[in-house]
Design a protein around this ligand. Structure first.
Ligand SMILES: NC(=O)c1ccc[n+]([C@@H]2O[C@H](COP(=O)([O-])OP(=O)(O)OC[C@H]3O[C@@H](n4cnc5c(N)ncnc54)[C@H](OP(=O)(O)O)[C@@H]3O)[C@@H](O)[C@H]2O)c1
Length: 282
């Protein structure tokens, strides 16, 4: 199916690996010109060459930069002042005990997972609104709506993205621009792949046997009982970037393999009135 994206330009942050790379590849299949980003200039260049040789009708460009650095973000804006699609994908994550998360850790997560996406959106959104066309996608996580408690510093910053996306979506009222958040569950990025491959070293098991055993032991609540393939997220992102998704406005979109039951629950208006007794505010 032609997704109506041929000839568009997209910046996918953190697109040399994992989910970001899969999104970039799926967009390139639709004829989108990619701005490939990562901190390692050589790795970005390799990814650009890989995409160019697989999808020669497109013109991928090297947009290497450490996007947590404001100066490097501004240099990127000078070089690439226009994009039709912005996918805010970069994000750091690590299992941590709450007691070990000091101000420095909070600052690092806040800067990387939130401020970077905010800075890029603030720059690219106004031109999209002027043109009455454009897409911004935030890659959050199931941790945004159901923190597991294993990485509080991560879950908080992912919840912040949900809130920011909804606020930005309000600015798109009456336009064809959309701002949405995609919340993947456990996904088979290169990092996760290595962990599974290295698991159960004492036994002769195929990758899928290891994966099944790992899921049953560590993620029993998953209804999928396998990791999500980055390409599956890439295909969903293509739909969200396409003109067919205009009715998704400020939506939190879960692709988590049935992993999570959200703790942010919508209650009916009447229930709110009854519970709070502040009818005038509702
Ligand atoms: N994997 C999962 O199970 C999962 C689940 C839910 C949500 N997510 C979210 O999905 C997103 C991608 O995750 P992933 O697992 O695919 O990550 P990943 O494999 O670690 O890839 C991260 C990408 O971002 C780049 N990057 C990191 N810091 C950067 C910076 N400061 N400036 C520019 N580029 C930077 C990396 O390249 P360099 O290191 O070379 O810079 C790489 O290309 C994250 O936001 C994550 O929170 C992941």
């Amino acid at each position: 199916m032609d997704m109506g994206l041929y000839g568009k330009t997209a910046l996918v942050t953190g697109s040399t690996k994992g989910i970001g790379k899969a999104i970039a590849i799926e967009l390139a299949k639709e004829g989108v010109h990619l701005l490939i980003n990562g901190r390692d200039h050589e790795e970005v260049e390799r990814t650009v060459r890989e995409i160019k040789s697989a999808y020669p009708a497109t013109s991928p460009q090297n947009a290497a930069a450490d996007l947590t650095d404001r100066g490097q973000r501004e240099a990127l804006f000078q070089k690439y002042p226009h994009v039709d699609i912005l996918v805010n994908n970069i994000g750091i994550y690590k299992i941590m005990q709450y007691g070990d998360i000091d101000d420095e850790v909070w600052n690092n997560y806040f800067r990387t997972n939130f401020l970077t996406a905010d800075g890029l959106s603030r720059f690219y959104l106004p031109a999209m609104l002027k043109k009455n066309e454009g897409r911004i996608i935030f890659i959050a996580s199931e941790e945004a709506v159901m923190p597991s408690g294993l990485m509080p510093q991560y879950g908080v910053t992912k919840s912040m993205l949900l809130s920011l996306a909804k606020s930005l979506s309000k600015l798109t009222k009456g336009t064809e621009v959309t701002v949405n958040t995609l919340m993947p569950g456990p996904t088979l990025s290169e990092k996760v792949l290595q962990i599974i491959e290295g698991a159960y070293p004492e036994e002769e098991l195929s990758f899928s046997e290891k994966e099944k055993r790992f899921m049953a032991a560590n993620l029993p609540q998953s209804e999928l009982q396998r990791f999500i393939k980055p390409m599956e997220i890439g295909r969903l992102a293509v739909f969200l970037c396409s003109p067919y998704s205009s009715a998704f406005k400020g939506s939190p979109i879960r692709m988590d393999g049935g992993w999570c039951r959200p703790f942010f629950k919508c209650v009916r208006r009447e229930e709110c009135r009854f519970r709070l007794g502040f009818e005038m505010f509702l």
